[in-house]
Design a protein around this ligand. Structure first.
Ligand SMILES: Cc1cc2nc3c(=O)[nH]c(=O)nc-3n(C[C@H](O)[C@H](O)[C@H](O)COP(=O)(O)OP(=O)(O)OC[C@H]3O[C@@H](n4cnc5c(N)ncnc54)[C@H](O)[C@@H]3O)c2cc1C
Length: 438
C-alpha cells in the first residue's frame, strides 16, 4: 500500500496521460495496521478502524482482489486467482507486467508440534484478533456456567507461545481485558485466570533490549502471568498443552506467535531467494541480478547499510517495511525517468510495546522508558504512523470515548456464524411422533 501510494503521487503526470498503469493485487481490499491488533483484541479499538480501505487511498491504482499464485519474471507474467476466476472456474488468469513489486510479507512460522495445526490460534489478521477476543470472553462464559471443575480450569487457562511483540502485546492486552471482565462474572475472580507465556529463548521482547525486556517480565509476573523462559511447546493434542519442562496444562486456548517466515508465493517465482526464503535484494530495493523486479518488507532480504556487520539484512518489521516502500516507489519513478537510484538506509530507531492499558515499555534512540510514559509514547507513535487523517481521527475518537466510558466486554462470537439463526428458523419442523400419527 505504501509503495503504491507513493508511486501514484510520483507518477501523477504519467497516470493522467494514460502512459502508466499501477495494478495492486491483494487478497483483502484493506491494509491492516498490525501494531493495533492487540488493542482491537482488547476492545479499545473497533476492527474497522485498524484497517485502511485500499479503494479509498489508492484511487489512481487498479485494484485486483485476489492472490498471485506464481510469477514467471523471465516472461514478465504473473498468474493470479481472483473471486471472479474462482466463480468462472477458468483457472488462474495471466497478468503481464513491465515492472514487478513483490511485497507479500510473511506468514506464521509454525513447527511440527502435535495438535498445533488443529488447535492453535494465530494472531496476524484482524479476523484472528477479533476471533481471539470472542474466544476468551466465551471461555469465561463457559467457566462461569459449568459445574465441572476440570472444564472450568481448562477454560480459564490461556497459553501464548512466543515472546516477541505480537505475543507479549496480545497476551498483555487480553489479560487486562479479561481481568476487567471478571467484575461482571459473580463466580470468576481475577486470580482464577491463568495466563502462560512460553518463550524458547532466555528473554522476551528482544526489540526493546535486555533491560526493558527484564522489566516487561517483572511487570507481567507482577500481574500473575506465568512467564516460562527457555521453554517450548511440545504438543497441544486433546486440549492439553505439553511444555518442554514437563508441565501439562489442560487448556482450550493456545495462541501461536512464535515468529514468521516469508510468504509462500516467493517459492513460486523464478527470483533468487536467501537461505530463509526471502527475495535477495540490493540496497536500491531491486532484486539481485534481475532487471525490472523490486521487493520490500518482510518478504525481502534487504542489506542493512547501517549495520556494523556488512551483509546483515534488515529485520522484518513495519519500521523498515514502510520506509523501504517509499524509497522503492521513488526508485521506480527515477528508473522510468532515467535518473540514478537511491540506497535504502535506516538506522533502527528502537521499539515501543504496550503491556495493556496504561502500561508499556520502550527503548527509543537509546532512551529506556517504562510504565505510563512508555504506553503514552506507544499510542502517540502509532497514531502518528496510522495512514490517513480519517483513520487517525477515528482512532483518537475511540480512545477518547473509551477513556470516558467503561470497557467493552461483549463477545460477538455469533458474528462468525451469521446464518445460524436463519438456518434454525428455516429448518423443517421435527417429525411428528410416528406412533400418534399412525
Ligand atoms: C500482532 C503484530 C504486531 C506487530 N507490531 C509491530 C510493531 O509494533 N512495530 C513494527 O515495526 N512491526 C510490527 N509488526 C510487524 C509488521 O506488521 C510487519 O513487519 C509488516 O506488516 C511487514 O509489512 P509487509 O508489507 O512486508 O507485509 P504485510 O504487512 O504482511 O503485507 C503483505 C500483504 O501481501 C498480501 N499477500 C500475501 N501473499 C500474497 C499473494 N500471493 N498475492 C497477493 N497478495 C499477497 C498479504 O495478504 C498482505 O496484505 C507486528 C506484527 C504483528 C503480527
Amino acid at each position: 500500500m505504501y509503495t503504491a501510494l507513493r508511486l501514484q503521487r510520483q507518477l501523477r503526470a504519467e497516470l493522467d496521460a494514460g502512459t502508466v498503469e499501477i495494478v495492486v493485487v491483494t487478497p483483502d481490499p484493506y491494509m491492516t495496521y498490525r501494531p493495533f491488533l492487540p488493542e482491537a483484541a482488547a476492545g479499545s479499538l473497533s476492527p474497522r478502524h485498524v484497517v485502511v480501505p485500499l479503494r479509498r487511498v489508492l484511487g489512481r491504482c487498479r485494484l485486483l482482489i485476489g492472490a498471485v499464485e506464481s510469477v514467471d519474471h523471465a516472461r514478465r507474467t504473473a498468474l493470479l486467482t481472483t473471486l471472479a476466476t474462482d466463480e468462472e472456474g477458468s483457472g488462474p488468469a495471466a497478468l503481464a507486467y513491465d515492472e514487478l513489486v513483490l511485497a507479500p510479507g510473511s506468514v506464521s512460522r509454525t513447527l511440527p508440534v502435535p495438535g498445533l495445526a488443529e488447535h492453535g490460534i494465530g494472531f496476524r489478521t484482524v479476523e484472528e484478533a477479533i476471533g481471539l477476543r470472542n474466544h476468551v470472553l466465551e471461555q469465561m462464559d463457559i467457566a462461569s456456567s459449568t459445574r465441572d471443575p476440570a472444564l472450568r480450569d481448562a477454560a480459564l487457562t490461556f497459553v501464548f507461545v512466543g515472546g516477541g511483540y505480537a505475543g507479549v502485546e496480545a497476551l498483555a492486552e487480553l489479560e487486562d481485558m479479561a481481568r476487567y471482565a471478571t467484575r461482571y462474572h459473580q463466580n470468576i475472580r481475577p486470580e482464577d485466570l491463568r495466563w502462560v507465556l512460553v518463550e524458547a529463548a532466555g528473554r522476551i521482547l528482544p526489540e526493546v533490549g535486555d533491560e526493558m525486556g527484564r522489566y516487561a517480565i517483572r511487570e507481567l509476573r507482577g500481574r500473575n502471568v506465568d512467564v516460562r523462559l527457555e521453554t517450548r511447546l511440545d504438543g497441544c493434542e486433546d486440549r492439553i498443552a505439553v511444555l518442554s519442562d514437563g508441565t501439562r496444562l489442560p487448556t482450550r486456548t493456545v495462541v501461536w506467535t512464535a515468529g514468521v517466515r516469508p510468504a509462500p508465493l516467493l517459492a513460486a517465482t523464478d527470483l533468487p531467494l536467501d537461505e530463509r526464503g526471502r527475495v535477495r535484494c540490493t540496497a536500491h530495493l531491486t532484486v539481485e541480478g534481475t532487471a525490472h523486479a523490486w521487493a520490500a518488507g518482510d518478504a525481502a532480504a534487504v542489506p542493512d547499510t547501517t549495520a556494523e556487520k556488512p551483509g546483515t539484512p534488515c529485520a522484518p518489521n513495519a519500521q523498515h517495511a514502510v520506509r523501504q516502500a517509499k524509497v522503492l516507489a521513488e526508485n521506480i519513478a527515477a528508473s522510468l525517468r532515467g535518473r540514478p537510484l537511491k540506497e535504502y538506509a535506516h538506522a533502527y530507531a528502537g521499539s515501543v510495546a504496550s503491556l495493556g492499558l496504561h502500561k508499556g515499555v520502550a527503548h527509543v534512540y537509546g532512551r529506556k522508558i517504562k510504565g505510563y510514559p512508555a504506553w503514552l509514547m506507544h499510542r502517540a507513535y502509532h497514531l502518528s504512523r496510522m495512514p490517513t487523517a480519517n483513520r487517525k481521527a477515528r482512532v483518537l475518537a475511540e480512545w477518547t470515548l473509551s477513556g470516558l466510558f467503561k470497557r467493552e466486554i461483549v463477545s460477538l462470537g455469533s458474528l462468525e456464524h451469521p446464518r445460524a439463526e436463519f438456518e434454525l428458523a428455516a429448518s423443517p419442523p421435527p417429525d411428528p411422533d410416528p406412533e400418534q400419527s399412525s
